[in-house]
Design a protein around this ligand. Structure first.
Ligand code: FES
Length: 118
């Protein structure tokens, strides 16, 4: 049976914007990263078909633009699933082109340590 509670997973200085740090708590893989001054954490399961989404690359995406224009942006803010390429906004966990989202894990920083609640 999974024990629920608060788990300290790493030091805050170990997190790099644009990269997910994988941690495991009670057999659950979680990707943790820094987005601006916030720490966010998501379960390592893609809502599409279950890929280890947090192992995907973090990059940008094409932005809305006029016909014939190509505008690339949000560099370092978009997680790309390694299986089929769905893209997720790292700040919110929302898929950019589907009505689904990553499973958010509550996280916080206290005295320099990152904790998650599962
Ligand atoms: S499993 Fe992630 S996009 Fe298909």
């Amino acid at each position: 049976m999974e024990k629920r509670g608060r788990y300290s997973v790493c030091a805050a200085h170990e997190l790099t914007p644009g990269r997910l740090k994988l941690v495991e708590v009670n057999g659950v893989e979680i990707g943790v990263t820094r987005v601006g001054d916030r720490v966010v954490a998501y379960r390592n399961v893609c809502p599409h078909q279950g890929a280890p989404v947090c192992r995907g690359r973090v990059g940008g995406t094409t932005l809305p633009s006029a016909p014939g224009e190509y505008v690339y942006g949000k560099q370092g803010q978009v997680l790309h699933c390694p299986w089929h390429g769905w893209q997720f906004d790292l700040a919110t966990g929302m898929a950019l082109s589907h009505a689904q989202r990553l499973a958010t894990v509550p996280a916080e920083v206290d005295e320099g340590m990152v904790s998650v609640y599962i």
